[in-house]
Design a binder for this molecule. Structure first.
Ligand SMILES: [Zn+2]
Ligand SMILES: [Zn+2]
Length: 156
């Protein structure tokens, strides 16, 4: 082991298995806590390398581009607004900006089972893009998990 990797801070967005709270993306450090119930999720070294999901321990994750659709739309809208002033040049320009944005945007890893989102560190090659047939298999397990979480929080 060559010590801790310093480059890139992992950020984690996840749904709490104990209370069902959807926790937004935030720097994970060594772990995160649920906003609502305080349940802690430890993010240890194996998790940082996506061997397992830190939240549910599932070993299946997929990669996708973390493209901010809102930002893309905002750029296009700005281009449309500027059309009268630029004789239409702004539209192809913003289209180009969009393409460049998309290309440069970082990738993130997502857990098939609990849909936890891992941002901010490089996604290993062995994590493959989304496969629909895999996701369908995990869908039922995920629903069961959420049901259990719901029952648990009702008892409180
Ligand atoms: Zn919680
Ligand atoms: Zn998971």
């Amino acid at each position: 082991m060559s010590g801790k990797r310093s480059g890139g801070a992992l950020a984690l967005a996840w749904t709490c298995a104990a209370c069902g709270e959807a926790n937004g993306s935030r720097p994970a450090g060594d772990g995160v806590e649920c906003d609502r119930c305080g349940t802690a999720v430890a993010v240890e070294e194996p998790h940082r390398q996506f061997r397992r999901c830190a939240v549910c321990s599932s070993t299946r994750l997929y990669r996708q581009r973390d493209f901010n659709r809102f930002l893309g739309l905002a750029v296009v809208a700005a281009g449309a607004v500027l059309v009268p002033f630029t004789y239409g040049i702004s539209l192809p320009v913003v289209f180009l900006i969009d393409v460049i944005l998309y290309r440069r945007v970082a990738e993130m890893a997502v857990c098939y089972l609990c849909r936890a989102e891992y941002r901010g560190i490089e996604v290993p090659k062995r994590i493959l893009p989304f496969r629909h047939h895999l996701a369908a298999g995990y869908e039922k397990r995920r629903e069961r998990r959420l049901e259990q979480a719901g029952r648990r929080s009702e008892r409180r």
